[in-house]
Design a protein around this ligand. Structure first.
Ligand SMILES: Nc1ncnc2c1ncn2[C@@H]1O[C@H](COP(=O)(O)OP(=O)(O)OP(=O)(O)O)[C@@H](O)[C@H]1O
Ligand SMILES: O=P(O)(O)OC[C@H]1O[C@H](OP(=O)(O)OP(=O)(O)O)[C@H](O)[C@@H]1O
Length: 216
């Protein structure tokens, strides 16, 4: 287990980081956003806040938390659903909102052997199983919107936020699979052994998220 009183938090390096740091700041933790900018450092320790962050790929955050090298993590619900790790989900932070959707070219028609391209094979597999439709899932690592354009798949399952990527590639959204926001997650042992610090952080963040404000 990481540290004693300090909480170690795994954070994605990308778009979630800035919004999450703003929440921590509003919750009364002096996280000094500048310390995270224009640096290649992957760890940022803030003794005055009692927090230590490390920055990782989003898909790895639940892994670090399950194994207890991070007490807590901030991660999109999409990643949690896909990774299926054994962690506690403590709080919906309401940030980095987007959705997972099925999309296709407008002239898409059902075929005998449907193929679906996605970065989320487990989520997509489960979704089509629930729909009672048998499809072949093709896993890609990004630029998923390319797949229908070049004939790799007839549909995709991917993140939609503004809808710009779909629009600019001439694709239409067919169904919403899940609405996604970022979550605060916890290692099971840390949740018990560091309950004081975890409860404090969680209730302060909850007050900010629900708009109640933080009483210090
Ligand atoms: N337009 C979007 N595209 C992708 N993810 C989004 C979008 N809007 C919100 N999100 C959320 O942000 C998360 C990805 O952002 P994050 O800060 O974790 O890393 P990233 O470096 O931007 O992602 P990646 O390494 O996957 O490109 C997703 O898991 C999702 O929950
Ligand atoms: O609806 P929009 O606002 O256009 O956002 C959605 C796009 O953003 C993400 O891609 P990202 O930029 O992370 O690149 P990737 O395709 O390589 O994953 C996602 O996979 C979509 O492609």
């Amino acid at each position: 287990m990481a540290g004693n009183d300090t909480l170690t938090i795994a954070m994605p390096k990308g778009r979630i980081l800035r919004e999450a740091l703003e929440l921590f700041e509003e919750a009364g933790y002096p996280v000094e956003e500048g310390r995270f900018e224009s640096t290649r450092k992957l760890t940022v320790t803030l003794p005055e806040a009692g927090l230590s962050f490390f920055l990782s790929k989003p898909g790895d955050v639940p892994t670090y938390v399950e194994y207890g090298v991070a007490d807590l993590g901030v991660v999109g619900k999409d990643v949690l659903m896909e990774e299926g790790r054994d962690v506690y989900e403590l709080l919906d932070l309401g940030i980095s909102r987007c959705r997972i959707a099925v999309a296709a070219l407008p002239d898409w028609r059902p075929t005998l052997h449907p193929r679906v391209a996605t970065k989320y094979p487990r989520i997509a597999g489960r979704y089509f199983l629930e729909q009672g439709e048998q499809v072949e899932i093709i896993r890609l690592n990004g630029s998923v919107e390319l797949a229908p354009l070049i004939g790799l798949a007839d549909r995709i399952v991917d993140i939609v936020s503004t809808g710009r990527t779909l629009r600019e590639n001439g694709l239409v959204e067919l169904e919403t699979v899940a609405v996604v926001t970022s979550r605060l997650i916890a290692n099971r042992a840390s949740f018990r052994l560091k309950s004081g610090a975890v409860d404090r952080l969680c209730s302060r963040l909850a007050a900010v998220v629900t708009g109640e404000g933080v009483r210090t």
